[in-house]
Design a protein around this ligand. Structure first.
Ligand SMILES: *[C@@H]1O[C@H](CO)[C@@H](O)[C@H](O)[C@H]1NC(C)=O
Ligand SMILES: *[C@@H]1O[C@H](CO)[C@@H](O)[C@H](O)[C@H]1NC(C)=O
Ligand SMILES: *[C@@H]1O[C@H](CO)[C@@H](O)[C@H](O)[C@H]1NC(C)=O
Length: 422
């Protein structure tokens, strides 16, 4: 049986470079193959059988618009990065490709800087398939290989399916993407005589299908260090979370169900700005480390804008809040059952020390919420991106098909707004 669904690929809905303008969600028509359940069972069996992979964690870095993760490909590992970056990283003994950690897409690939392509080594196996993926704000096309991929010493996959870009656009200084979304998002990305319909992700191939992302808020371009944790213990210590994760099942509402989608009710202060349904149509959204901001359906966004007193700054593409209004700001909360995950007023503010990176002025307060430009009820009514991950530890659990959220030591930190809000 063949199911057909319209997928909204939100993958890289990130602000790239200094011209964020508007945050667009691109649409792609894709088809969703049958056999999802069996593939899940196969993945689970693989996890249970695997004695090779161990619980481990990998350092990641916040580069303002994306989370970056270093990876190594090939034997011996070969990097494909611009010479200046290569020289800098070689001097620091970190000769690895830096790719975007994206839970909203599922292909893994390198060679985004097309002048510095993927370098095959003796471990590389040409599969004979072509690969092509469109993202919210980018695109790549190239050739698919199997290769050895290492995230850390204990986290190595021998035959990871990876793309070698021949053409890429829209990825800033990244060398590519590590896609940790659901496997079905790879459907339709390969073409060739023996192209598989989907490809397992790195976490599936590691046999570690539960992972979590921790990142502290940043307020400087020096970035900040975070962690990608693999293994069932998704809250490894109190530096990353201060409570046990609350798990919410992945939604059945399409299209959010094709991603790490969950059903949440959104409120600002006492006002519900997105109920569980709109005119009888259920609302749902996704958690996506590859989106920079927090995206809301137009009606929810308009209610939020009115309640905060912010106005859209057309030059920046974000809401600008009169400085005097900050003191009256309320929490922006995402609720599942009795559990609520709230962005404090400070967490709703774009780091003021980074205003110039988004084309803003240094004395204004910009907010991190953006308009999806669609009314609610589409089944993809919000996206909780990088700015949300900077306040909550997010656990992605393929075995339970659930998303876990937990407060971190930084949930209530007041480092974004700085002296403008004092
Ligand atoms: C991973 O950690 C969990 C609990 O922290 C433990 O039960 C499990 O045995 C560990 N697995 C491996 C492969 O080390
Ligand atoms: C690539 O890996 C997949 C999955 O392990 C395997 O089925 C396929 O035969 C491999 N292709 C090549 C060319 O080695
Ligand atoms: C930036 O964050 C650090 C903590 O990470 C804090 O000490 C510093 O005061 C913050 N800067 C501003 C301008 O808020």
């Amino acid at each position: 049986m063949q199911l057909t669904a319209t997928l909204i690929l939100t993958a890289l809905c990130s602000l790239v470079g200094s011209v964020p303008a508007s945050v667009k969600i691109d649409r792609l028509v894709n088809s969703m193959g049958s056999g999802t359940l069996s593939r899940k069972d196969v993945a689970r069996a693989r996890q249970l059988k695997s004695g090779r992979a161990r619980n481990d964690s990998v350092p990641i870095e916040d580069r303002t618009f994306s989370f970056f993760i270093p990876i190594q490909l090939g034997c011996p590992p070969a990097t494909c990065k611009p010479l200046a970056v290569w020289a800098r990283d070689a001097a620091h003994g970190t000769l690895k490709d830096n790719v975007i950690l994206d839970t909203g897409s599922s292909n893994t690939w390198v060679g985004a800087q097309t002048s510095h392509p993927y370098i095959p080594t003796r471990c590389s196996k040409l599969t004979g398939n072509a690969v092509e993926v469109s993202y919210g704000s980018g695109f790549f096309a190239g050739t698919e290989y199997n290769d050895t991929l290492a995230l850390a010493n204990a986290l190595t996959v021998q035959a990871q399916s990876i793309g070698a870009a021949q053409f890429a656009r829209g990825f800033g200084e990244a060398d590519g993407i590590l896609g940790l979304g659901p496997e079905d998002l790879t459907e339709g990305t390969l073409t060739g005589p023996n192209a598989p319909s989907t490809m397992p992700t790195v976490s599936q191939n590691l046999g570690l299908t539960t992972f979590s992302i921790f990142m502290a808020p940043i307020n400087s371009t020096a970035g900040d260090k975070g962690t990608l944790n693999f293994g069932p213990d998704t809250c490894p210590d109190s530096t990353q979370c201060i409570e046990a994760p609350h798990f919410t099942p992945v939604t059945t509402r399409s299209p959010a169900s094709h991603f790490w989608g969950i059903d949440l009710v959104i409120s600002y202060g006492d006002e519900t700005i997105l109920a569980s349904s709109t005119n009888g149509k259920p609302n749902s959204g996704v958690v996506d480390s590859g989106t920079t901001l927090v995206i809301l359906a137009t009606d929810a966004f308009n209610l939020y804008m009115a309640a905060t007193g912010a106005t859209l700054d057309p030059n920046v593409g974000l809401l600008k809040l009169p400085t005097a209004n900050f003191a009256g700001m309320k929490d922006l909360c995402f609720a599942t059952g009795a559990s609520r995950f709230c962005l404090t007023p400070d967490a709703q503010v774009w780091p003021t020390s980074l205003n110039t990176l988004i084309g803003g002025d240094t004395s204004s307060i910009y907010l991190i919420t953006a308009n999806s430009e669609e009314l609610s009820g589409t089944g993809l009514d919000y996206i909780l991106g990088q700015m949300f991950h900077e306040r909550f530890l997010v656990t992605y659990d393929l075995s339970q098909n659930a998303v876990g959220l937990a407060k971190t030591p930084f949930t209530a930190s007041t480092t974004n707004c700085g002296s403008l809000c004092a």
